[in-house]
Every structure is written in structure tokens, then in C-alpha cells.
Design a binder for this molecule. Structure first.
Ligand code: CIR
Length: 255
């Protein structure tokens, strides 16, 4: 649970063309970059060395670096994002990962997996099938993780949820924060869960970074629930990311 590094990418002005399920207005590149600076500073304050990669105008969603790769303590794995406009992002992040990892693998085959669908638990890695992650990709990734010595399980992301981790997060100490729908799905067995209070589903996507849990601004009930479960929180603005369906986890790879 101790992370020493993170990789992030500065949002490009083209983020106005970012994918979204429902249009609530365009994010502003400048406002997003200001939120991103606060995000990077929070990771640094939590003890991480943060690589901030330059914006990529050709890829509107490329600041969401969680989706094209997955990092384990000693190996990074390039994934194959399921949205056409994002398919080149794995190639774009490869060299940055090669500077931090001796081994950078690639998911075999032709299937698709977005990192946002991959939830790391203490004893198991869950891979959610979604509009971005298909069965072929999930199975190939699960096999690769198995070869690396990890237990991986494929699950079904509930309808209407972009990514598996849009609706749940690992808080640490074996505890999972999740929306009611995710908890009711039974994915988590008898693991300890904290339910996201009604009306705050967006706040299910938080990140545990060493001694703190980063939570989005504007969701006081979720913040209180996380604190009541015994975790320290740091609140960060994610208003621009949210306009293109992004949350806190999507903005970094942590290892
Ligand atoms: C997309 O739809 O791909 C981006 N607009 C948002 C990606 C969010 N990533 C994540 O949840 N891991």
C-alpha cells in the first residue's frame, strides 16, 4: 500500500472534445489544468514523486492516464483502451513507463481493456466488463495477471456505469467504498464495504494514497463516511474532469 511514484498527464485544450455520456457543457483546458496542478500537489504531499507528462492535443482524453496502462509494483502493462479515439494512448505512455519500470508488458491479443475497469484488492484483482472492456480483453488480461502470480476475476459492470471503478474504490485495510448497486451486486463477497450515501454516486471514485484518501469536492456525506471508517481525507476539485466523466483515479497511475 505504499506508493512512491505516480504518472500523470497535463490536460490538453482538446479536452473540450473529450468523450462523455451526457453533455453538461465543455470543460475548459485552463480550468482543468488548474485542478490538475492541485491534484499533482496532493500526490506529492502524500509522498509520491510525480512524473507530469506533456499534454497531447491529438488525444482529448489522454489526461486520464489510468485507462491505457496498469501498474503493479515491479511491472507495468500496456492495455488496449476500448474507445477508438483513445486507442493510440497506450503507445504514447509507453516510454514514460519504460523510464520507471524494468519490465513493460503488453496485453496479448486483440481484446480491449480500460484501466478504469481494473480494481486492485488486497487478495484479488477484479476486471469489470463494460462498454470499453470486452470479454476477450478481460480474459487475456486475467491470464497475464495469473502468470504474474495474481488472482484475477472477471465481473460484469452494472448498466449505466462507464467504468467498474466509476462506482467503487479500494480504501485500504480490506475496505471498499462502493455505490449501493455495486454492493448489492455481490462482487465483493463478505469484504467490508462503505456504501456511498444516496445522491453522491460520483464520489465512489476516490484514491487511497499512502496515509490519505483523496476525495472529490462537493460530496460531504461520502467524505464523512470515509472518515467514519477510519481514513484521513484530502478534498480536491474535479469539476472539469467530471464534465468528461473523469474522476480522481483516472488522472494517475500509482505505483
Ligand atoms: C472517457 O470516456 O474515456 C473519458 N472521457 C473519461 C475516462 C475516465 N477514466 C476512468 O474512469 N478511468
Amino acid at each position: 500500500w505504499t506508493f512512491t511514484h505516480a504518472v500523470t498527464r497535463t490536460p490538453a485544450d482538446s479536452v473540450t472534445d473529450g468523450l462523455r455520456a451526457v453533455d453538461t457543457g465543455n470543460p475548459s483546458g485552463a480550468a482543468f489544468r488548474a485542478e490538475h496542478v492541485a491534484y499533482v500537489e496532493a500526490l506529492q504531499a502524500a509522498g509520491l514523486t510525480v512524473d507530469v507528462l506533456p499534454p497531447l492535443e491529438a488525444y482529448p482524453d489522454s489526461c486520464f492516464v489510468e485507462d491505457p496502462a496498469f501498474c503493479l509494483p515491479n511491472v507495468a502493462i500496456l492495455l488496449r483502451p476500448g474507445a477508438d479515439s483513445r486507442s493510440g494512448e497506450a503507445g504514447e505512455i509507453k516510454s514514460a513507463l519504460e523510464t520507471r519500470f524494468d519490465k513493460v508488458l503488453e496485453i496479448p491479443g486483440e481484446g480491449h481493456v480500460d484501466g478504469g475497469d481494473v480494481l486492485m484488492l488486497d487478495d484479488e484483482i477484479l476486471i469489470g466488463l463494460s462498454a470499453r472492456t470486452n470479454k476477450v480483453g478481460a480474459m487475456a488480461f486475467a491470464t497475464l495477471l495469473g502468470d504474474l502470480g495474481y488472482n484475477a476475476r472477471v465481473a460484469e459492470t452494472p448498466d449505466g456505469v462507464l467504468h467498474f471503478k466509476t462506482a467503487c474504490s479500494t480504501l485500504g485495510k480490506g475496505v471498499i467504498l462502493a455505490t449501493k448497486v455495486m454492493i448489492d451486486s455481490g462482487f465483493f463477497g463478505d469484504r467490508k464495504t462503505v456504501e456511498v450515501p444516496e445522491g453522491e454516486d460520483y464520489a465512489a471514485n476516490v484514491i487511497r494514497v499512502n496515509d490519505v484518501v483523496l476525495v472529490p469536492e462537493g460530496y460531504p456525506k461520502t467524505k464523512a463516511a470515509v472518515e467514519a471508517a477510519g481514513f484521513n481525507t484530502v478534498v480536491l476539485p474535479t469539476h472539469e474532469a467530471r464534465k468528461v466523466d473523469g474522476g480522481l483515479s483516472c488522472l494517475s497511475l500509482r505505483f
